[in-house]
Ligand binder design. Structure first.
Ligand SMILES: Nc1ncnc2c1ncn2[C@@H]1O[C@H](COP(=O)(O)OP(=O)(O)OP(=O)(O)O)[C@@H](O)[C@H]1O
Ligand SMILES: [Mg+2]
Length: 507
């Protein structure tokens, strides 16, 4: 079977070949290759640290390659900076766009090139009209005159896409754009992107979620260790084949759940409330249990675990660990009682990007590793090495700054840091977001074996398969309350969705 690209024999808009890039001793790219065609969405997949984001940053003009060839419309090109890439028609949408909060949406769209009337004054009505026309075309209603501050990440991405269109971008590049979006927001983003693609844009899409890759893309490239492995039409490869090429070996079970006889109650939460956020949350978790908090984005799951841990004070209610009550709003006391929380937003709450990987991985353990105030250097290194190795973390040296790690590897460091504390209650908020398939399975194996060792685990997750595959019990939240509880044997996709949405049946 031939693909659309072969039938009409179009030329690639963008062609990268033999691209290399090193950061000190780390060879991030060693022979990357990619051809992007008009009217086609192309997926780029690979393990954490495979070099996907680095390749994109080269395409965006952010990094200069050490070697290799970049052609735009068949013409060899070297981008001096991001403006040069933009002028060549390449628009990059990042996971977390950086709009100016104090400017309006229209001002953000046309920043530096606002329509003007005489005397150089900005022609606001014209600017807002043009912005409104763009959002119309995208089929997304948005008020151009409202400030960008407070826009959801999903809406910020739409603004960036509108900006790309207004700049006549022919190539739309998206690096894990869906990681922080809800299901509905992903659908909206995809319909916008599909329309652009059908209009002739070339789309490059990076994601660790294969169902998204299959839903959006016509072609898929696998990268491993900075090099090109394969490129195929989407309908000629299976997910299993892609995964095997990504990891270079067979994968074990995705949800290696062990059967554990639950022990005594370790965590008790009773009548927990926070005004306007959650109400009357009551549940308990036993040693050896994995309890999932499921629900739609915004249902209040993260807020509940943050209040349990004490990052946020609770308005009312009690939290007890092994029978001892925890004070409200005091994460130190929670940590002393053996509670660990791996936060959802790891980049902001979890890591000190300028400090070394080793320091980050052991930061929470300092008290135990130091004796008489001196830090035991060897112990720190051993702890860091143990957990980073168990999580397949890819880095140059343990002394490198955490900020130089790939997105997924940064997340693993945060997990490592909390695991190193040896918690009796482990709370993980979206534990596998941004983490590649092979490591996902490894994180699941780890959670399961920690439970088997008697740790009480609470897992907040938006991935239904993960919830169903790992949890002994599922608490489904809706609008700040626990809408229902499902035992492992009753927890089906449909049952969870019904409770999460409050509907009578799944449409
Ligand atoms: N600025 C930098 N300084 C040093 N090393 C870097 C830098 N940027 C990337 N690296 C290294 O290059 C390699 C590739 O990283 P990259 O971010 O491209 O991976 P990725 O495929 O996007 O992974 P992920 O799926 O985790 O986002 C990693 O080993 C990373 O640590
Ligand atoms: Mg990346």
């Amino acid at each position: 079977m031939s693909t659309g690209a072969d039938e009409t024999d179009p030329k690639p808009v963008v062609s990268l070949a033999g691209v290399t890039k090193a950061f000190g001793a780390v060879r991030a790219l060693r022979g990357a290759r990619l051809d992007l065609y008009p009217g086609e969405a192309h997926a780029l997949v690979g393990e954490n640290g495979a070099g996907k984001s680095t390749l994109i940053k080269i395409l965006a003009g952010l990094y200069r390659p050490d070697g290799g060839r970049i052609e735009i419309d068949g013409v060899p090109t070297a981008f001096a900076d991001t403006a040069a890439a933009m002028n060549a028609g390449i628009a990059v949408i990042y996971q977390e766009p950086a709009l100016f909060g104090d400017l309006t949406i229209a001002e953000n769209l046309f920043i530096g090139r606002q329509p003007r009337v005489r005397f150089g004054l900005i022609d606001r009505p014209a600017m807002n009209r043009r912005a409104a026309a763009l959002f119309d075309r995208l089929g997304v209603p948005m008020d151009p005159d409202r400030p960008a501050k407070g826009l959801s990440i999903a809406d910020q991405q739409i603004v960036e896409i509108a900006k790309a269109i207004s700049l006549d971008a022919r190539v739309l590049v998206m690096d894990e754009p869906t990681a922080a979006l809800s299901g509905v927001e992903v659908e909206r983003l995809f319909s916008v992107v599909r329309a652009l693609r059908d209009d002739g844009a070339a789309v490059l899409f990076i994601s660790h979620r294969f169902e998204e890759v299959e839903a959006l893309c016509q072609r898929v490239t696998v990268m491993r260790d900075g090099a090109h492995v394969s490129t195929d039409p989407m309908d000629e490869v299976t997910v299993d084949q892609l995964v095997r090429r990504m990891v270079g070996r067979e994968l074990g079970a995705m949800f290696p759940k062990q059967d554990v006889e639950p022990g005594e109650v370790v965590l008790e939460v009773e009548g927990l409330s926070r005004a306007g956020i959650c109400r009357d949350i009551t549940f308990e978790v036993r040693a050896g249990e994995i309890v999932a908090l499921a629900g739609l984005v915004g249902a209040g799951r993260s807020e509940v675990v943050q209040a349990v841990f004490g990052i946020e004070p609770r308005g009312a209610g009690r939290v007890r660990v092994a029978g001892r009550e925890l004070p409200s709003g005091n994460p130190r006391a929670a940590m002393r009682a053996g509670v660990a929380l791996v936060p959802e937003d790891r980049r902001q709450q979890g890591l000190l990007l300028d400090l070394s990987i080793m320091r980050n991985a052991t930061l929470t353990r300092r008290g135990r590793l130091s004796r008489f105030g001196f830090l035991v250097g060897g112990a720190e290194r051993r702890a860091a090495e143990k957990w980073t190795a168990r999580l397949n973390t890819r880095y140059g040296r343990l002394t490198d700054a955490a900020g130089t790690l790939s997105g997924g590897n940064q997340q693993k460091i945060v997990l490592a840091k909390w695991l190193a504390t040896g918690p009796r209650v482990l709370i993980v908020d979206e534990p596998t977001r941004g983490i590649d398939v092979a490591t996902k399975a490894e994180v699941h194996r780890l959670l399961s074996s920690l439970a088997a060792e008697g740790v009480a685990v609470i897992m907040v997750s938006s991935e239904l398969l993960e919830v169903l595959g790992m949890a002994d019990r599922v608490l489904v939240m809706r609008e700040g309350r626990i809408a229902g509880e499902l035992d492992r044997s009753d927890a089906t996709e449909e049952a969870v969705m019904l409770l999460a949405t409050g509907r009578e049946s799944v449409a």
